[in-house]
Structure formats: structure tokens, C-alpha cells
Design a binder for this molecule. Structure first.
Ligand SMILES: CC(=O)SCCNC(=O)CCNC(=O)[C@H](O)C(C)(C)COP(=O)(O)OP(=O)(O)OC[C@H]1O[C@@H](n2cnc3c(N)ncnc32)[C@H](O)[C@@H]1OP(=O)(O)O
Ligand SMILES: CC(C)C(=O)C(=O)O
Ligand SMILES: [Mg+2]
Length: 552
């Protein structure tokens, strides 16, 4: 690991450009341009076939892209025929503009125009590399010679368009912008703009690719700001970004670049693209959404989008991919679950205008995810809040607070022991197994009540303990359960305090049943719990008490 082999390969603007730092947020969505079918496609092990590209194109239109780079038509037969099919089969919606990429080489530009024949709206995107390294090693040309490639390319686009296609728009990329001296990139871009002379009706796009991400995002933002402030015809230029993700900061590059003056962002779904990928437009759009800004995109069925993308590209969306991954809303840990469950209850009670649930940056249901399946998930890191939430939302069980704690520990122990996540049905089974239907050693075989003149209740309880015989014992209490409890204590010499009794109707699972929860406490403070379901709430409470005694 010889770090001395490396040095900075980027160039700061000649003057400080830090106005962008004064802004704290983006207040409207930039123009989005998908480069999935070009940059994304050229990075796949097996590029997409024709039919798959058509399906992908339709998907991009459905999610809301209005500008879509559909390929490099001069690159291959498939790319060429794909564009022809889009045009000839009238598959391009009127409000969508297709973009095509070409090197600044005459035969490639001419072939690109041939491929566009009959296309109503198009952006012709021409590029050549301007970076120090490429001038030196690849093109072996000086600054003037490299500028000449760009200018001649721009002139040919202008000429071919003037002849026939006046509605076409132009885009120029100083490829490897991030490795180019900003004042030189500016000089080349201005020379291109001098050829095109963009107007308000026919703006030109200047695209600043971080072809390879070479610096921290604030450096890119400063480079962008320098270009934005110094480009000629600025009002008639759409300043575009094209971040890659080599240092893992593609999203930050784009966001800071927009603060620095960019109007448009090129990127892909899920960040597919060369090497570490292009910037992920879903993350960018959703980052706007989560701050209350219209992202001008529709991701209301993210799961479907993930499935289609994986099918079309053969790539996989990682479980932690922002907004889209299978685990990005999941909370396994106890304190997070507790806060989410409380936040959701608070939301139900207060019906606030805005989303503020802790640990959930957005409402998962907005993008087609569900609270039940995706949010609170139980393993050995979980706590009572999460387990209680699962039992409440899936099975309608609202456990007393202290009982939730006991259930939480039971679930945590089981998950730890099995070394696996517990699904809601497994948690429910554990609840039943731990807290219901335990009729030994104490068994109750019948109870009768009598109302006493004092207002108290007398219970006659037929019960046995262990292998003993059934016998009837009478005792009084403040209520029926208290009377039964006193009779049991008297009959079998039991010593505990009945501390908790709760009941509620089971509305979701069964309209006629109620559930009772009973907690009893030993002298040393230890609690034992029982629960029981029955249409008759007295019966349910006695069964719950028996289980609690049998759980001591
Ligand atoms: C950063 C990016 O993503 S850029 C886009 C990259 N994508 C692609 O390249 C995918 C599609 N490309 C292709 O299929 C092929 O490269 C083609 C069909 C376009 C061209 O193929 P070929 O001419 O056979 O080969 P190749 O691309 O290697 O050409 C290299 C030559 O073009 C020159 N060149 C490369 N890019 C450009 C450019 N943008 N403008 C002008 N000349 C260029 C090189 O200097 C080199 O010149 P030389 O022949 O004098 O040495
Ligand atoms: C063609 C250009 C815009 C490109 O893809 C890049 O520089 O990354
Ligand atoms: Mg690229």
C-alpha cells in the first residue's frame, strides 16, 4: 500500500468559488436526464439486448424522465437499431426528448445523425476529453489541438442540424472535467458555445462530468460554481452535471453541484454505470422529496422498480441502498423499535401535517413499502417496544407494559438461541406457548360466584394442585378474579399478589373474543404472567390467572 504513488489529480478554480456554501438546501428539482441506456448499459458485463432496452426505456418514461440518453448509436448495431425502433415504432412520448452520445469525430457524428432520422426531439451530445492526463497520454495533443477537436465537433453538429434538424438541441461535455484545469475547461466550453450561439429558445447544454471522481465534493462544487459564473451565454446555457461515484460521493457531488449553480443532472437508476457507477437519481430525487420538495419523479412502487431493474440489467440492488434496499426501513434494535412504535402512536393521536417519526426518514408506504413487513423486525437486538408493536399490529394484542417486557426478553432469548430473525407468526406462537393455556400444576375445574350483601364476591373454586385431588374452596374478594385468586391461595397455600389485570376485545382477529392478561408478583418482586382468550371475559381472566400461577 504505497500511498506515495498518488497525488491530487484535480485542479482548483483560479479564484475562490464558495458562494454555494451559503445555501442549506435545494428548493426545486433539477432537470433529470437518465443515462441508464448509455453509460449504464456500456458498463454491464452483458449490455442489454434490443427488447430489454425497449422495456427499460418504457420504465424510464413511466418514472418520469423527460430526457433520456438512449445510447451511442454509432457504437453498435444494437444501439443503432434500438434508436431506429424507438423512432419508427413511435415509442417516444411527445414530452420526452431522447439524447444520443457521439465522439467529436466526423464519421461517428454523421452516423449518429443518420440514426436520428425522423426523430422529433433530440439532444445530440458530443464530447471529447480535456483532462491533463488524457491530453498528455491518450491524445498526445496540446490545449489548442484538443480545443480544436471540440470546436470542429460542435461545428459539424451545427452544420448537420442547420441542414435538416433545426429542433435538435446540443450538449457538449469536456469529458474528464474533474481532471481538467477549470480555466481551460471554461475556454473549451466557451469556444463550443461561440459556435452554437445558444438562444433562449434553443439553449445549449454544457455538461460537467466527474468522469472519474477525483476530489472531495466541495472541490467539484467550486469547479462547477466557477464554470457557472464564467460561462458565456449563461442565461441560454443549461448547466448539467454528470457525477460518477469513484470515491463514493456521487450524490454529494450532485447536490453541492446544484447548489453551485447547475440546472440539470445526468445519472442512472440505482447508480448503475461505469466502475462504481453514475450518480443514483433515485437517491437524489428522494433526498429532495424527504425535505418537502417535489422531485418531479414517481417512485411509488419501489419494489417493482427494483425487480425490473434487476431483471433488465442483471445487477443487484444492495439491501442498504438508500430508499430502495430491502433493509433500509428495518429496525431490529430495541431502542429504535421503541421510538418508532411510540412515534407511530403519536402520529395516530396527533395527526400532524408533516412526517417526523424517529428513525424513519420518510414514510415507507409512500414508496410502496409496508410498516408490517419492512419496519419493525425482531431478532436478538430487539426489545419490548418492537415485540409489543408486532403483536399489536399483526395480532391485535395490547400487552400490559410490564408483560411486554417479559415477552420482549422471551423473544430476544429465542432469537439469540436460534440465531435467526423471528417472523410475526413465530412471535405469536412464542407468546401463546409462553403465556397461554398452562393448566398444570394448578388446574381449575369450575367456578361459581355469589354476590354478598357487603357488595363483595364469594367464589367457590374447584381446583387441584399437582397430583392432588380436586376440591372446592370458598373465598371472598373485591371482584370475581380477586375472589378466585384468594380461593386458590387458600386451597393450595400459594403466596403471591395479584398486581395486574387488563383486558380488551380482539377486534381484528375475532369480533366475539376478548383477551385477559394477568400478572402476579412474588415477595421478591418477580412477576409471572398469563393470558387467555375467551368470549366470556371472566373465564378468560381465570384462565389467565391459572397460567400466571403455573408460570411461577
Ligand atoms: C466517459 C465515457 O463514458 S465516454 C463514452 C464511452 N463509451 C463508448 O466508448 C462506448 C461506445 N464506443 C464504441 O463503440 C467505440 O469506441 C466507437 C464505435 C465509438 C469508436 O470505435 P473505434 O474508432 O474503433 O475505437 P476507439 O473508440 O478506440 O477510438 C479511439 C480513437 O478515437 C479518439 N477519440 C476517442 N474519443 C474521442 C472523442 N470523444 N472525440 C474525438 N476523438 C476521440 C481517440 O483519440 C482514438 O484516436 P486514434 O485512433 O487517433 O488513436
Ligand atoms: C460522455 C461523458 C459525459 C461521460 O459519460 C463521462 O464523462 O463520464
Ligand atoms: Mg459517464
Amino acid at each position: 500500500m504505497n500511498y506515495k504513488k498518488y497525488q491530487k489529480q484535480y485542479f482548483m478554480p483560479p479564484v475562490p468559488c464558495y458562494d454555494w456554501v451559503k445555501k442549506d438546501s435545494i428548493d426545486h428539482a433539477p432537470v433529470w436526464c437518465s443515462v441508464d441506456l448509455r453509460d449504464g448499459n456500456q458498463a454491464l458485463v452483458i449490455p442489454m439486448d434490443l427488447d430489454t432496452k425497449i422495456e427499460f426505456f418504457k420504465l424510464l418514461c413511466r418514472v418520469g424522465f423527460k430526457e433520456i440518453e438512449v445510447g451511442f448509436p454509432a457504437a453498435s448495431e444494437t444501439e443503432y437499431v434500438f434508436l431506429r425502433r424507438l423512432i419508427e415504432e413511435n415509442l417516444i412520448p411527445d414530452d420526452v426528448t431522447v439524447q444520443v452520445l457521439t465522439q467529436a469525430r466526423e464519421h461517428i457524428i454523421r452516423k449518429t445523425f443518420q440514426a436520428l432520422e425522423g426523430c422529433k426531439n433530440a439532444i445530440v451530445h458530443v464530447y471529447n476529453s480535456t483532462s491533463f492526463a488524457q491530453r498528455q497520454q491518450v491524445f498526445k495533443k496540446d490545449r489548442e489541438e484538443i480545443k480544436k477537436i471540440a470546436v470542429e465537433g460542435a461545428e459539424l453538429l451545427q452544420k448537420l442540424t442547420e441542414e435538416e434538424h433545426e429542433s435538435y438541441r446540443f450538449e457538449y461535455s469536456p469529458e474528464s472535467f474533474t481532471g481538467t484545469e477549470p480555466e481551460y475547461a471554461l475556454e473549451v466550453c466557451n469556444a463550443v458555445l461561440d459556435v452554437w450561439k445558444p438562444t433562449a429558445d434553443r439553449k445549449a447544454i454544457i455538461n460537467l462530468p466527474s468522469t472519474v471522481e477525483l476530489s472531495m465534493p466541495h472541490v467539484y462544487a467550486s469547479q462547477v460554481e466557477y464554470m457557472s459564473k464564467n460561462l458565456k451565454y449563461r442565461d441560454n446555457v443549461v448547466l448539467s452535471l454528470h457525477p460518477h461515484n469513484d470515491r463514493g460521493c456521487g450524490v454529494s457531488d450532485a447536490e453541492l453541484g446544484v447548489l453551485a449553480g447547475a440546472d440539470r443532472v445526468e445519472g442512472t437508476l440505482f447508480g448503475n454505470g461505469e466502475r462504481t457507477g453514475n450518480v443514483d437519481i433515485i437517491t437524489l430525487a428522494m433526498n429532495l422529496y424527504m425535505q418537502g420538495v417535489n422531485p418531479e419523479m414517481n417512485f411509488d412502487n419501489m419494489k417493482d422498480l427494483v425487480d425490473r431493474y434487476e431483471e433488465y440489467t442483471g445487477m443487484q440492488v444492495g439491501p442498504r441502498t438508500p430508499y430502495c434496499g430491502s433493509l433500509v426501513f428495518a429496525a431490529f434494535s430495541g431502542s429504535h423499535q421503541d421510538a418508532i412504535a411510540k412515534g407511530m402512536h403519536w402520529r395516530e393521536e396527533h395527526d400532524p401535517d408533516h412526517w417526523t417519526v424517529p428513525y424513519l426518514p420518510i414514510d415507507p408506504t409512500d414508496i410502496g413499502r409496508s410498516y408490517d413487513a419492512d419496519v419493525i423486525r425482531i431478532n436478538s437486538q430487539s426489545g419490548k417496544g418492537g415485540v409489543g408493536y408486532v403483536l399489536e399490529t399483526h395480532y391485535d394484542l395490547i400487552l400490559p407494559k410490564k408483560m411486554r417486557e417479559a415477552m420482549g426478553y422471551a423473544a430476544k432469548d429465542l432469537s439469540d438461541h436460534l440465531h435467526k430473525e423471528l417472523k410475526p407468526d413465530e412471535i405469536f406462537s412464542l407468546f401463546k406457548q409462553t403465556f397461554e393455556d398452562k393448566d398444570s400444576p394448578l388446574t381449575v375445574n369450575g367456578v361459581h360466584f355469589r354476590q354478598l350483601d357487603s357488595g363483595r364476591i364469594e367464589a367457590s373454586v374447584n381446583s387441584r394442585y399437582g397430583d392432588g385431588e380436586f376440591s372446592v374452596t370458598k373465598a371472598e374478594g373485591n371482584g370475581r378474579l380477586d375472589a378466585v385468586s384468594n380461593a386458590l391461595k387458600k386451597a393450595h397455600g400459594l403466596d403471591y399478589t395479584l398486581t395486574t389485570y387488563q383486558e380488551h376485545a380482539l377486534t381484528k382477529s375475532s369480533s366475539s373474543n376478548a383477551i385477559a392478561y394477568v400478572g402476579i408478583q412474588e415477595k421478591d418482586g418477580t412477576m409471572s404472567w398469563g393470558a387467555a382468550v375467551d368470549p366470556d371475559i371472566i373465564r378468560a381472566s381465570i384462565d389467565a390467572l391459572v397460567t400466571a400461577v403455573n408460570n411461577r
